[in-house]
Design a protein around this ligand. Structure first.
Ligand code: F6R
Length: 263
C-alpha cells in the first residue's frame, strides 16, 4: 500500500485530483468509481477547475458510485445521486447517461444490486476507485463485520455511521438506515484504488487500514490485499501511524525515481 502524507486537506485534494486527471488523459473513456461524503468534495472542486481550464475532459468517461441510501429517489436532495450531480457532474462535461449511482428507489433492491454488478462488468470494470473512510473503517457502506469478499448488496448502517451522517440532515427529516453499497469484493476488483482521509477523527481507521491486521473489524484493511492502492492523508489523519517518516521517505524516493525515469 502506498501511503502519501501531505500537510493538509487542500494538498490531499490536489494530489488525488491529479491521479484522476492523469488517468483520464491516458484513457479518455476511463471507468471511474466515485464516492460521496465530505472528504472528496475538495477533490471534485479541483477536477471541476481542471475541466474548466481544459486540462481534462470527462466527455467519454463513465462512472459508478459506491453507494446510495435505500429509500431515497435520485432527485431527493439527500440522495447520493443528487450529491454527485451537485458536487461534480453538473459542473463538468461528463455525459450524465454514463454516470451510475445505485438506485435508492428500486422496486426490487436485491435485483438492482445484481444488475449494478452486471453493469460494472459490462463497462469493463472500474479503472480507478475513489474511497473515503468511515471512523469505524468502513469503505462504501461496508460496515465492520462485512464479508471481505462481499458484492453489491443491501446493508444496514451502524448507529455510528447514522450519527456521523446526521449532520447532512435537517432535524426531524427522514434519515435512511439502509443502503445499497458495492461490496468489498467489488471494490477490490478495481484496477487502482485511491483512498482519501483527512482530520484526526480518521487517524485510528487509517492506522488499522495501513498497519492493522487484515480484519472484517476494519473493512478498509482488506485493501492490504490489493496490489495498487494509494492512501492519501493529511498529517492529522496520519498522526497514529507507527512510522510516518518511513512513508514520507518512500514517497521522496519514488519521486526521485520517477524523475530519473522521466515519468
Ligand atoms: C460515501 C462512502 C463512505 C464515506 C465515509 C467517509 O460514498 O462510501 O464510505 O466515504 O463515510 O465520509 P466523510 O468523507 O464524510 O467523512
Amino acid at each position: 500500500m502506498k501511503v502519501v502524507i501531505l500537510n493538509d486537506a487542500a494538498e490531499v485534494a490536489k494530489y488525488g485530483a491529479e491521479i484522476f486527471v492523469k488517468q483520464i488523459n491516458k484513457k479518455p473513456d476511463s471507468v471511474l468509481g466515485l464516492a460521496t461524503g465530505s472528504t472528496p468534495v475538495a477533490m471534485y472542486q479541483e477536477l471541476i477547475a481542471a475541466n474548466k481550464e481544459g486540462r481534462v475532459s470527462f466527455r467519454q468517461v463513465s462512472s459508478f458510485n459506491l453507494d446510495e441510501y435505500l429509500g431515497l429517489p435520485g432527485d431527493h436532495p439527500q440522495s447520493y445521486r443528487y450529491f454527485m450531480n451537485d458536487k461534480l457532474f453538473n459542473h463538468v462535461d461528463i455525459e450524465k447517461f454514463r454516470t451510475n449511482v445505485p438506485p435508492g428507489d428500486a422496486n426490487n433492491p436485491i435485483e438492482a444490486c445484481l444488475e449494478y454488478e452486471r453493469m460494472i462488468e459490462k463497462a469493463g470494470g472500474i479503472d480507478v476507485q475513489l474511497l473515503g473512510i468511515g471512523r469505524n473503517g468502513h469503505i462504501g457502506f461496508n460496515e465492520p463485520s462485512s464479508s471481505l469478499q462481499s458484492r453489491t448488496r443491501v446493508k444496514t448502517l451502524t448507529k455510528e455511521t447514522v450519527e456521523d451522517n446526521a449532520r447532512f440532515f435537517e432535524e426531524g427529516e427522514f434519515q435512511p438506515q439502509l443502503s445499497i453499497t458495492m461490496g468489498i469484493g467489488t471494490i477490490l476488483e478495481a484496477k487502482k484504488v485511491v483512498l482519501l482521509a483527512t482530520g484526526e477523527g480518521k487517524a485510528d481507521a487509517v492506522k488499522q487500514t495501513v498497519e492493522g491486521p487484515l480484519s472484517a473489524a476494519c473493512p478498509a484493511s482488506a485493501l492490504q490485499f490489493h496490489q495498487d492502492v494509494v492512501v492519501i492523508i493529511d498529517e492529522a489523519a496520519a498522526s497514529k501511524l507507527d512510522d510516518p517518516d518511513f512513508y514520507k521517505y518512500i514517497e521522496t524516493e519514488n519521486r526521485r525515481l520517477e524523475k530519473h525515469l522521466g515519468l
